[in-house]
Design a binder for this molecule. Structure first.
Ligand SMILES: [Zn+2]
Length: 138
């Protein structure tokens, strides 16, 4: 069967919620890279996230269902309220960054130390800022 990607998710739980919405409506789905990203979540951004896929004949109805549904995460509302401090764009999404030390520890022991820095990334210019800075600006 041929599959078409209709949405991508950084975190597995977001993909599971969207998938449940489609399957509840009788649309068969496939989550590409689900297991790789669930096991090695740090690769999520590099791999383009978990890809929610449907068959071509269900593509339009599936896209419409996801568009009409409430945001998959409560955080979607928070992030969509932020404008990029660099270029002013409203196209911001959750992201994380690793320090050099964390990247090295991940390569050596498969666990990033110190923890990744979570924040927001601008979809237009790529500017990244930390969540705490985002909360202060809201
Ligand atoms: Zn920007």
């Amino acid at each position: 069967m041929k599959w078409v990607t209709i949405a991508q998710f950084l975190y597995p739980y977001e993909a599971y919620i969207a998938r449940a919405r489609l399957e509840e409506a009788g649309i068969p789905t496939f989550l590409a890279d689900e297991h790789t990203i669930s096991t090695h979540w740090i690769y999520s951004q590099a791999m383009g996230g978990i890809r929610l896929q449907v068959s071509p004949e269900h593509e339009n109805s599936a896209r419409q269902l996801l568009e009409d549904a409430a945001p998959v995460t409560a955080l979607d509302n928070v992030f969509s309220q932020h404008a990029c401090p660099h270029c002013g764009s409203g196209e911001c999404h959750p992201a994380f960054r690793l320090s050099v030390l964390a990247e090295m520890s991940y390569l050596l022991i498969s666990w990033p130390q110190p923890s990744p820095i979570s924040g927001l990334e601008c979809g237009d210019c790529g500017f990244f800022w930390e969540e705490s800075e985002a909360a202060e600006n809201s």
